[in-house]
Design a protein around this ligand. Structure first.
Ligand code: AMP
Length: 456
């Protein structure tokens, strides 16, 4: 519960007795035009985190929000910022820091969708994109900056005429992740050059000691809003495990993908190489799979995500890069090809499905080497996962085809020089065309061979 200091003008006591589905955005103090913007996005009622935090944010309080992925936390900070921007339009009004580039783009999309009524202008400032193009975007003086801390710090130091001296709002999203990724020192430097007189919102899925320290250093008398327990997953998520020997992993995966054909699925793996190899293998078996991992150039990563979002590919094979904060609507199934290393990662991965009240399934592959790891996760979740029913004979019937597809994928990966696509033919990470290659291979092997010859 929020610690009361100044009470918001909204009657919080009456509000706390109501369920989110009995509440309207107007009751939280949101203006009529923004209520309409919410309606357009089909936000009929505020979510729990929105209901608990928006009145305090509008009252000018700092917020520390502990909310799980999919809880609607982006709109929880975007709505009050847009409303205040409306009252007092100015450039560089708010800055949102996010741990990954993809999440930054997604946050900017939410700001633009909700703020279209007042023509909110956003700039996304992330690594992997051209500094000069970003400097031009900054010179156009946007209202909202969404950035990863490293690149923002770079511009603050090196881009002439750019400063955040007029900033009114700072948001640190996925703060636990920002700190896990060692953005701490960069954030400290940024905090030194922005006004103390500002509002700060810090959102995090979990409260770690590092987050608590950041909170003490950067927020003033925050209202703490918590809508999730430490390790919780939503009720509409069905969580299963499958136990089998390591050597049959790919067979089980292909069996499941056949069983679940037509569902949008994310397969999480541990390494970039596995991601790439599985995507190639699945393509060879006729599945519409696309890889997403940290070694792909930024444009490729966004391209993969967009194809998946648009539905032209219904299987995304990803490393944990994709498990945090990304809002990929309508994911039906999450497959943990490898058991995640920590319960936190598990929550983030399976949080890609069963979002915003929808139902979803997660399937975690457990081999003889993963028993301890999965038991630890079950202990943290305080629940046992259910076994997923499979016809073993049917799985084994796939063995021959899967082995052949594995063999081809290994060869292809070797040929292209690993996940980055840095083959001996000198193709760098920034201009690789892995995805086109995958398509070509599936559709027309001969054309591919011709292209290879040309490249040589
Ligand atoms: P987030 O936790 O911010 O990533 O949001 C998760 C998903 O919930 C996104 O697809 C949002 O568009 C959606 N969402 C946010 N707020 C609401 C709401 N009040 N009603 C319905 N959907 C929402």
């Amino acid at each position: 519960m929020p610690e009361a200091m100044t009470k918001p003008s909204v009657d919080m006591e009456a509000l706390s007795k109501k369920k989110p589905e009995e509440t309207s955005f107007a009751e939280l103090g949101i203006s009529e035009a923004l209520c309409e913007a919410c309606e357009k996005l089909n936000f009929k009622h505020p979510t729990e985190i929105q209901k608990e935090s928006i009145p305090w944010a509008l009252e000018g309080r700092d917020i520390i929000g502990l909310a799980q992925t999919g809880s609607g936390k982006t709109a929880a900070f975007a709505l009050p910022i847009i409303q205040r921007l409306w009252d007092n339009p100015q450039a560089f009004f708010a800055c949102v820091m996010a741990p990954t580039r993809e999440l930054a783009y997604q946050i900017a999309e939410t700001f633009e969708a909700l703020g279209s009524v007042i023509g909110v202008r956003c700039a996304v400032i992330v690594g992997g994109m051209d500094m000069m193009t970003q400097a031009i975007a900054l010179s156009k003086r946007p209202h909202i900056l969404v950035c990863t801390p490293g690149r923002l710090q770079d511009h603050l130091e090196n881009t002439k005429g750019f400063s955040l001296r007029t900033l009114k709002y700072l948001v640190m999203d996925e703060a636990d992740r920002l700190l896990d990724l060692d953005f701490g020192p960069k954030i400290d430097q940024i905090l030194k050059v922005i006004p103390r007189e500002r509002n700060t919102f810090l959102f995090s899925a979990t409260m770690t000691t590092k987050v608590a320290k950041l909170q003490r250093a950067s927020l003033s008398k925050p209202v703490k809003v918590e809508v999730a327990t430490k390790y919780s997953t939503v009720k509409t998520l069905l969580q299963y495990y499958l136990f089998f020997p390591l050597k049959h992993k790919d067979c089980y995966m292909v069996y499941l993908l056949n069983e679940l054909a037509g569902n949008s699925t994310i397969i999480f793996t541990r390494t970039c190489n596995d991601t790439q190899k599985i995507a190639i293998m699945l393509r060879n078996l006729g599945f519409a799979a696309i890889p997403l991992h940290g070694q792909l150039a930024q444009a490729k990563r966004l391209g993969a995500l967009n194809k998946f979002k648009a539905g032209t590919r219904n299987i995304l094979v990803a490393t944990d890069v994709a498990s945090r904060g990304l809002d990929i609507p309508m994911v039906d199934v999450v497959i943990n090809y490898d058991v995640p290393q920590s319960s936190k990662d598990y929550i983030h991965r399976v949080g890609r499905t069963a979002r915003a009240g929808r139902s979803g399934k997660s399937l975690t592959f457990v081999t003889q080497y993963d028993v301890e790891l999965i038991q630890r996760i079950e202990k943290d979740l305080e629940r046992k996962l259910d076994g997923y029913p499979v016809e073993k004979d049917q799985v084994m019937m796939l063995q021959e085809r899967v082995s052949e597809a594995q063999r081809i994928a290994t060869l292809e990966l070797k040929e292209r020089g690993g996940a980055r696509g840095n083959s001996k033919r000198g193709r760098g990470a920034d201009n690789d065309d892995d995805d086109q290659d995958l398509e070509e291979k599936k559709d027309n092997g001969q054309k591919k061979r011709f292209n290879n010859k040309k490249r040589r």
